[in-house]
Design a protein around this ligand. Structure first.
Ligand SMILES: [Zn+2]
Length: 247
């Protein structure tokens, strides 16, 4: 049986702590709670790390967060050498907020890049200091400098970033919302989560289950570190934090 963890980060990506109850410990020692603020690895975004604090004040480090049998089952993988926890126990969850906030800024930056490069996405990977997005384009015709300038234009404009739910039917009627070439958002669940940028989603909207900052200004200074050729029809863009180094 797969558990369904209430994913608190979906409605509020800014939750740093939350109380939860252990509903299961799986055969590999992973903890499953009734609710969580820990994002589980998926969609190119790595899962959260952090700690859980027990009633007696002792702490257990969480080294990784992954999905289980279904995407709704979220498994918290403890660091080795931890004390046993029991089902029914109440704990306080705390994510490594500094790391998560970097991932939220980077993830939002990846969305901005898909606005500058409106081509099918073949892969993406978000990390704290260097993220990449792969596009199905034969020849970029882009320079790092141009793309960086257009990204920073959107950052400086400080557009809102928000989520909204649509139905399977609404998505079917707007196929252009899906930018990923190979990955389709899950159908049949009734509701699809769109991540929107700009007033009334004027800049962008696309299905995404990840965590993002609430405005483009919060992304902060970013630049394109590299545009790599990966095959005849594939270009890999690398995003980094900070000002573009002078060459
Ligand atoms: Zn996203």
């Amino acid at each position: 049986m797969a558990y369904k963890t209430e994913a608190l980060f979906r409605d509020d990506a800014y939750l740093k702590t939350a109380d939860a109850t252990i509903v299961a410990v799986n055969d590999r020692g992973g903890f499953i709670f009734d609710r969580t603020i820990f994002y589980a690895t998926s969609g190119g975004q790595p899962g959260d790390t952090g700690v859980l604090e027990r009633a007696d004040g002792s702490r257990v480090a969480i080294a990784a967060t992954i999905t289980g049998e279904t995407k709704d089952e979220i498994i918290h993988v403890p660091a080795p050498e931890h004390t046993a926890l029991t089902v029914g126990e109440q704990v306080r969850l705390a994510i490594d907020w500094e790391r998560r906030h970097l991932l939220m800024r980077m993830h939002a930056a990846c969305h901005l890049l898909t606005v500058v490069c409106p081509f099918p996405i073949t892969g993406a990977s978000v990390s704290e200091d260097d993220s990449r997005v792969d596009f199905d384009i034969p020849d970029a015709g882009f320079t790092k400098e141009d793309v960086t300038a257009r990204l920073m234009e959107m950052v400086r404009a400080d557009h809102p970033i928000f989520t909204r739910l649509i139905t399977d039917e609404e998505l079917a009627a707007n196929p252009g919302l899906v930018k990923s070439k190979n990955v389709r958002p899950p159908a049949g669940t009734g509701k699809i989560r769109l991540v929107c940028i700009g007033e009334n989603a004027s800049i962008d909207s696309q299905p995404c289950g990840g965590t993002h900052v609430k405005s483009t200004g919060e992304v902060g200074e970013i630049y394109i570190g590299k545009i790599e050729k990966k095959g005849r029809e594939n270009r890999r863009f690398r995003i980094r934090f900070g000002p573009m180094p002078s060459t």
